[in-house]
Write a protein that binds this ligand. Sequence first.
Ligand SMILES: [Zn+2]
Length: 288
Amino acid sequence: MQTMKLGEVRISRVIEIDRSSFPTASMLPGSNADVIAGHHRWLKPHFFDERTGDLASRIQTYVVRTPRHTILIDTGVGNDKARTLAPAWNMRTGTYLDDLAALGVTPEQVDFVVCTHLHVDHVGWNTRWKEGRWVPTFPKAKYVIAGAEWEFWKYENDSGKEESGCIADSVVPVVEAGQALLVDSDFKIGEHLRFEPWVGHTPGHVCVRLTTSAGSAVFSGDLMHRTVQVAEPQWSSRFCYDPAQARDTRRAFVERHADSGTMILAGHFPHPGFIVKEGGGYRFRLPG
Ligand SMILES: [Zn+2]
């Protein structure tokens, strides 16, 4: 995806990890390989990864530039962080900030960092290791987090149940630095972006709706993890806090946005696209 223009807003992305960290069978425990194969006709080639023989996935940050603000949506895994969940996440030495600079964005220029939810692969670059401690990577930014999401994870962290370590090293430091904006689940950023609660994957998960003079888009976070879930929304991920609620939320999202002309930019999808109705069901298609 090159930088796209939607009216007066530019959308780019930084891809931190360009393949899936977990096989689909593990990621979507209720999925079925034969059913997925039945969708290959539309999943291939764009939503499939021939290197792994599995569905494509990314860990990425969307960079949204409005006439007034530079906004990052979700911040990946981060560098130098001890992460046992996936080998590719542990003590990374990635080029994320260089890749952001290549888009013309320095850390100082970022006005808002949005976390759709506080999972380990969405908060990593909130902080970086500097002079012996974790400090906010974006020194002038407000980090916008749904209050309900923070309350849940603060409790998990304080009670020792949060095992990844990401709340302690990637969220608490921005709160302590006074840079966190803990907001209602319908918060607006400028005139273009607005939070919407779509919960189930986590208790305070939000999507971020972009409205421009030339159409709208939704940054859907982890409401869906693999493109096949557009057609099979009943498959929740192994990381969904409430799989039944996540399923109902996903179904409602797919139905609402099918044939709507709203561009969908999911946290882990390899490309933006549109949900379309087809043959009594739904599928995803590239723009254009
Ligand atoms: Zn994720």
